[in-house]
Ligand binder design. Structure first.
Ligand code: P6P
Length: 337
C-alpha cells in the first residue's frame, strides 16, 4: 500500500493528542505559521517575475504596492498570527519594537512569537535559497493585560516551539515542540506541507564546515587557527550566506556552522532572538550542539534587548566539542606563551 500522506495539520493535531498537557492553542499557532509559509512561498517563487510581469515601481498589476519581499513576509506573518487569538505579541527582525496583537473576544493570547521573516533576503535576486525562522514562548507577563518586553527577553531554553521554512529547490518546514524534529515538504499540487523527514537526527560528525572565509583576517587568533585546522583535516567548505540553508544542509549531512565575532561584529552578526535561539532549539532536539565563541550554550544566554546579536558555533555534537577543545587548548597554550 502506498505510504499514507500525513499533512502538517494532521501531524500537529495527532501530536497534540499524544501529549495530555498539549493545548489547542499551540496547535492553532503552528497552523497559522504553516499558512503564512505557504503565502510567503508563493511570493518568493514569483519574485523573479516581478520584472518580467512588468510590475514596476511601487505598484503591481492589481494596483497594490509592490513591497520588498522581506517586508511582505513580515506583514503576512503578523496578519496570520493575529487570526487565532493565541498570540498576544510578535517581535521581528524587521521591526524596531515588539508589536502587540489585540485580543479576540477579550481573551489575551498566551504566547508570543519571534521571527526573522525572510532570512538571507539579499540572496533572492540571485535565486539562492532563503528562509523564515520562528520561535514561540509562553508569555510570562500578567495575562489580563497586553504583552510586555519581558515576554520576548526569555532564555532560549524557555522556547515551547521553534522552526524554519527553507524556500529552495523545494519548500520544507522543519519544527520542534521539544519532542524531536520533523520536516514537511510543500506539495504545491495540493497546497499542503506533507511529512517527509520524520524524527530528524543530525550525524554525530561530518565533512563540512560552513563559515564566511572572507573574514579570515578579521577573526581572532583562535578562530583563525581553528579554520586552518578544518582545512588541514580536509573538511569541505560550504557557505551559501543564508543561515537557514547552511544549517539545513548540516542537519542532514553533518558538519559545523560558525559565525564568530569579527572586528565589524564584535558580538557576532546573527540575532540571538530571531536566528540563534530557534536554530539552536532545533539543533539540540536533533542531537546537535550550539554554543557561542565564549563557549557558552546559546540557549542559556539571558537576552537584554530585542535585537541583541550573538556569535554562534552550531552543528554535529562531536565537531562542536572538538572546536571547543581546540579553542580551549589553543588559548591555554597562548596564555602559557
Ligand atoms: P555574511 C543573511 O543576511 C544572514 O543574516 C544569515 O542568514 C547569514 O548566515 C549571514 O547573514 C551571512 O552574513 O556576513 O556572511 O554575508
Amino acid at each position: 500500500m502506498a505510504n499514507k500522506i500525513i499533512t502538517l495539520d494532521e501531524f500537529i493535531i495527532k501530536r497534540q493528542n499524544d501529549f495530555s498537557y498539549a493545548t489547542g492553542e499551540l496547535t492553532a499557532l503552528l497552523r497559522d505559521i504553516g499558512v503564512a509559509a505557504k503565502i510567503v512561498n508563493r511570493e518568493v517563487n514569483r519574485a523573479g517575475l516581478v520584472n518580467i510581469l512588468g510590475i514596476h515601481g511601487s505598484e503591481n498589476a492589481s494596483g497594490e504596492d509592490v513591497q520588498k519581499l522581506d517586508m511582505y513576509a513580515n506583514d503576512k506573518l503578523i496578519e496570520c498570527l493575529s487570526n487565532s487569538g493565541e498570540c498576544c505579541g510578535v517581535a521581528s527582525e524587521e521591526n524596531e519594537d515588539y508589536v502587540e496583537i489585540p485580543p479576540i473576544a477579550s481573551e489575551n493570547g498566551k504566547y508570543v512569537v519571534l521571527f526573522d521573516p525572510l532570512d538571507g533576503s539579499s540572496n533572492i535576486d540571485v535565486n539562492v535559497s532563503v528562509g523564515t525562522i520562528f520561535s514561540i514562548y509562553r508569555r510570562v507577563s500578567d495575562e489580563s493585560g497586553p504583552c510586555e518586553l519581558e515576554d520576548f527577553l526569555q532564555k532560549g531554553v524557555e522556547q515551547v516551539a521553534a522552526g524554519y521554512v527553507i524556500y529552495g529547490t523545494s519548500t520544507i518546514l522543519v519544527y520542534t515542540t521539544g519532542n524531536g524534529v520533523n520536516g514537511f515538504t510543500l506539495d504545491p499540487s495540493i497546497g499542503e506541507f506533507c511529512l517527509s523527514h520524520r524524527n530528524i537526527q543530525i550525524p554525530k560528525t561530518g565533512q563540512y564546515y560552513s563559515i564566511n572565509q572572507g573574514y579570515y583576517s578579521k577573526f581572532d587568533l583562535e578562530m583563525r587557527r581553528y579554520v586552518d585546522n578544518c582545512s588541514d583535516m580536509n573538511l569541505r567548505l560550504r557557505y551559501i550566506g543564508t543561515m537557514v540553508a547552511d544549517i539545513h544542509r548540516i542537519l542532514f549531512q553533518g558538519g559545523i556552522f560558525l559565525y564568530p565575532s569579527t572586528r565589524k561584529y564584535p558580538d557576532g552578526k546573527l540575532r540571538l532572538l530571531y536566528e540563534c535561539n530557534p536554530m539552536s532549539f532545533i539543533m539540540e532536539q536533533a542531537g546537535g550542539k550550539s554554543i557561542d565563541t565564549q563557549l557558552q550554550r546559546i540557549m542559556e544566554i539571558k537576552p537584554t534587548e530585542l535585537h541583541q546579536r550573538a556569535s554562534i558555533v552550531i552543528g554535529s555534537p562531536q565537531m562542536v566539542d572538538e572546536m571547543k577543545a581546540f579553542v580551549q587548548k589553543y588559548s591555554a597554550s597562548n596564555v602559557l606563551g
